[in-house]
Design a protein around this ligand. Sequence first.
Ligand code: 13P
Length: 315
Amino acid sequence: MIVTTKKLFEAAYGKYAIGAYNINNLEQTMGLFRGCLDSQAPFIIQISKGARSYTDSKMLEGLIRSAEQVFPEAVFAVHLDHGDEETCYDCIKSGFYSSVMIDASGLPFDQNIATTRRVVEAAHARGIVVEAELGMLGGVEEHVAVSEANAKLTDPNQAKAFVERSGCDSLAVAIGTSHGAYKFSGSQALRLDVLAEIQKCLPDFPLVMHGSSSVPQDEVARINAAGGQMKGAKGVDPTQFKPAAVLGVTKVNIDTDGRLVWTRVHREYFKEHPENFDLRPIGKVFMAEYARFIAEKNNYLGSAGHLPEVRKIVS
Ligand code: 13P
């Protein structure tokens, strides 16, 4: 069942965070649904601009609609990740997305508000909710690339005015994480103190943590042992998700870790089976490993086990 992120956040606020997972293809879709049902967790499917154009946005939509039928027990939101204004309008009009993110965080404060406000008005008119961003995360996420020098933590004092004036339904905050597999270089750190200040200014308002992959070191070591070259990759300590949830984080974005599972599975498989040229055996291994990864992540987020109660709330 597709629901808005707003419904999921109402159930989760202050208790646990919902995993928001980026997907691009059939195998990820199957692994995601299986992993969330195995762990009995509600979830958010994130679709980026790059995922929409990887094949055709209609292909992903078709996959997700089919998955909804194959796994009727699942409760999830369909969310546009890092949308520009035009892509937001396209998704709002499609009637498929239950939530969009307008990322105007690169614009000056007043322009970010004005752009977000326009998207909010269009989205709310169709019952769709909007995530906005204030502050700027470093790192690279497809078309969004921000150098560490230009990354900017969210100013707690600006957050309240931003939410009131833009009308957004949730806010992505920059608290020291960055997109990609190489986080926390130099003096960067996860700033739960800044998060606590933001929550004081915006009590009960759902906050979003981007750049939250953990980049597990055993995963990186296995990739490198199978021929990869990922030196110095590191991520967010997953034991910090629950403290962040208590401080108002209801959505945690994870993309890179899923890519690492894909890379490790394929590198190891073809190293061990150099004679193989069939895509299904490896596809099956990947789907099972991706499902395992998702279930484990939902345990860290605290969303595991909450599906039955969320189903009752939304149905
Ligand atoms: P990661 O690169 O840490 O997975 O972050 C993904 C993200 O924030 C998508 O919006």
